[in-house]
Design a protein around this ligand. Structure first.
Ligand code: HEM
Length: 137
């Protein structure tokens, strides 16, 4: 049994700020180099350095570390910041695929990698659901 969901244990398992920033860099590197990442990479219109910082700061709080997102970037909801994008199963799975590839380059236990992908698939699915409501009909 792991206790990743409690207090800051996931934040620590992810290597705190340095580890999370490396994960996010590797994630976007995968998005840029994997064929499956091309389409979702092209959806990004903003400055990638800013988007990487946003995802990193978000993940730090989400994993039980310092919650600085709202102070730095304002309040947001993950599905709502994506609702202008058309995200179906393919895009959701491409995102999770790039994250899974990036995890191969992290010094994390297999247990924590499995946990992280399972946790991330929840907001990824919520994004898809909201996107479908926004863009259907
Ligand atoms: C389901 C597949 C996903 C796709 C295709 C996707 C795609 C994108 C794109 C294209 C942007 C940048 C929009 C722009 O250029 O302004 C973005 C921003 C962002 N994404 Fe995702 N994303 C996905 C899942 C996730 C998940 C699961 C999380 C969090 C766990 C996340 C967190 C963020 C954050 C924090 C931002 C910055 C939001 C902002 O601009 O304020 N994304 N995403």
């Amino acid at each position: 049994m792991n206790n990743y969901g409690t207090l800051d244990s996931s934040y620590i398992a992810a290597g705190k700020e340095v580890g999370i920033r490396k994960l996010v860099d590797d994630f976007y590197h995968q998005m840029e180099t994997q064929k499956r990442g091309q389409y979702i990479r092209a959806m990004h219109k903003g400055d990638l350095d800013v988007i990487k910082d946003k995802l990193s700061v978000f993940l730090m709080g989400w994993l039980g570390g310092p919650r600085n997102y709202a102070q730095k970037y304002g309040q947001m909801s993950i599905p709502m910041v994506h609702k202008h994008l058309v995200i179906g199963e393919e895009e959701r799975d491409a995102w999770l695929y790039c994250m899974n590839e990036a995890l191969k380059y992290q010094n994390y236990s297999e247990d924590f990698k499995d946990y992280l992908i399972a946790q991330l698939s929840r907001p990824a699915e919520a994004i898809r659901r909201v996107s479908r409501m926004e863009h259907s009909g």
